[in-house]
Ligand binder design. Structure first.
Ligand code: HEM
Length: 499
């Protein structure tokens, strides 16, 4: 406690100096005309207003201050955007100027932020990584080539759930989805299961990835007062570093083994992403080194697994909470695929209701409710307000998904609203941008969609479901827990029944 008081005292002095120097500055727009917002307290600014569910607290504040607000989070000027119209102006008209990142303290381990696709500014090294991912991994042709491995992983989860049917056990949907998505991704990357991978440190890979995400997602005083970063006041960077060292140890083993195996091979044909990246690195090691490849894999695991698996958990939760929608989804699937139908990724286009279920789930439960925070590289003007250089930009897609001026009955789960609608999640329709929009849009979107559809379709087509402990749908806890990903507070426990 004394330690925290000391830190607050120190940050007070520094924040005063910062505040005085900033407020004396001028901008190219003349007198500062920041967007409206609640009055900040000295030093801490508006931090206390965030509470433990900042996406909800800021949605509530935007009802008073409007769709573009400014707040002070410690020493960080933060612009919060809460309407499709303003989001379009920011992410389309000012895409370039606003596409940098505020670097969280927790990700500054092993200089990760200097090579990472997630954290680099949108300049040449970042563009190169995006191009590598788009061509080597997320292009439709590449994903088609690896769909059999994901299909196999989903068949394994169906077999696992079958065992639970026989024994009458309860399935933890979120955990099951996490393991399946992890293995789908690790097989697409390395052709191995990492969820069961035992390192010499005998710690499960799942726990390591989860550990990194949990640490980065913790409220961290150093994010609000960057001047405190050198002392890592809560030990978050230290903890993240420990997890990452173990993850890199596992990656090193996989990469070394592959390099050795390739030496004895006649052909360098790519069987997975690792082969493709090693081929590229051999062609041009100055653009893609082994170290960069390792950081890239880390980014893809951290950004891709939890977001995708929590979407699957929320979709199942909403369907179990709304049994008539569950029946509709199952009827569509069983008509198109047959009861024991083997679901394949190309079946997705024949399943409009399932597609609507995914959009509706992402509208209500975007895994990244503020996207990944952007940063202004230069001053820009949005809706006649100044967005100062270096301001952090939070786009509250959670608030936009529940805005009653955009959606009818915004809090109800109604996939039907998307059946006759052209609205999609690909970044062109700003009322629904759970993957972001503009140059920073999620590169993993095509893979995420395939994994969510495949797993949902298989679980829903092959089994009927009821809630554990004979819970009634109306008694379900549908509250959210804020973190790096927006999770369900209570895990979804359900009992599968053979059809
Ligand atoms: C970035 C959402 C799955 C890799 C993002 C962003 C969002 C997002 C909101 C930030 C966009 C912005 O800053 O404007 C989601 C959702 C997913 C998902 C909702 C699943 C339902 C995946 C998957 C992968 C992935 C499966 C890869 C395996 C990334 C990466 C970035 C990113 C690397 C950083 C891109 C950059 O900064 O340039 N994602 N994502 N995501 N996502 Fe995803």
């Amino acid at each position: 406690m004394d330690y925290m008081l000391l830190l607050l005292g120190l940050s007070f002095v520094l924040a005063c100096i910062h505040f005085l120097t900033k407020s004396l500055g001028a901008t190219k727009f003349g007198p500062v005309n920041l967007p409206p917002g609640p009055r900040p307290f000295p030093v801490i600014g508006n931090i206390l207003e965030l509470g433990n569910k900042p996406h909800q607290a800021l949605a509530e504040l935007s009802k008073t201050y409007g769709p573009i607000m400014s707040l002070k989070l410690g020493s960080i000027t933060t612009i919060v955007i809460s309407s499709p119209h303003v989001a379009k102006e920011a992410l389309q008209k000012h895409d370039q100027a606003l596409s940098s990142r505020t670097i969280l303290d927790g990700v500054q381990f092993q200089d990760h932020h200097k090579v990472s696709m997630v954290w680099l500014p949108a300049l040449a090294p970042w563009r190169n990584l995006r191009k590598v991912c788009a061509t080597q991994m997320f292009a439709a042709q590449r994903l088609d080539a690896t769909q059999a491995v994901r299909q196999k992983k989903v068949q394994e989860v169906v077999d696992y759930v079958h065992e639970n049917c026989t024994s009458g056990s309860v399935v933890d949907i979120g955990q099951t989805a996490f393991t399946t998505v992890m293995n789908s991704v690790s097989n697409t990357f390395f052709s191995i299961d990492l969820a069961h991978y035992q390192s010499d440190l005998s710690q499960n890979f799942n726990d390591l990835v989860y550990g990194v995400m949990e640490e980065i997602g913790k409220p961290n005083i150093a994010n609000y007062f960057p001047i405190l970063r050198s002392i890592d006041p809560q030990g978050i960077r230290k903890c993240t570093t420990t997890y990452v060292e173990k993850i890199f140890y596992i990656f090193d083993g996989i990469i070394d083994e592959r390099i050795q195996a390739r030496e004895t091979m006649m052909s360098k044909e790519s069987k997975d992403l690792l082969d493709s990246l090693l081929n590229l690195a051999e062609e041009n090691s100055s653009e893609l080194s082994l170290a960069v490849i390792k950081h890239l894999f880390l980014d893809l695991f951290v950004a891709g697994i939890d977001t995708t698996s929590s979407t699957i958990e929320w979709a199942m939760a909403e369907l179990l909470h709304n049994p008539e929608k569950l029946t509709k989804a199952q009827t569509e699937l069983r008509q198109v695929l047959g009861k024991d139908g083997l679901v394949q990724e190309f079946d997705i286009k024949k399943l409009p209701y399932l597609q609507a279920v995914m959009k509706e789930t992402l509208r209500l439960h975007p895994p990244a409710p503020f996207l990944v925070p952007h940063k202004a590289e230069t001053e820009v003007e949005i809706c006649s307000y100044l967005v100062p250089k270096t301001a952090q930009i939070l786009v509250n897609v959670w608030a936009m998904g529940r805005d009653s001026s955009v959606w009818q009955n915004p809090n109800s789960f109604m996939p039907e609203r998307f059946i006759e609608s052209e609205i999609d999640v690909k970044g062109r329709d700003f009322e629904l941008i759970p993957f972001g929009a503009g140059r920073r849009i999620c590169p993993g979107l095509p893979l995420a969609q395939r994994m969510v559809y495949l797993m949902l379709a298989s679980l829903l087509c092959t089994f009927d479901w009821k809630l554990a402990n004979d819970m009634k749908p109306e008694d379900m806890d549908m509250t959210e827990k804020f973190g790096l990903t927006l999770h369900k507070s209570e895990p979804l426990l359900a009992v599968p029944i053979k059809v």
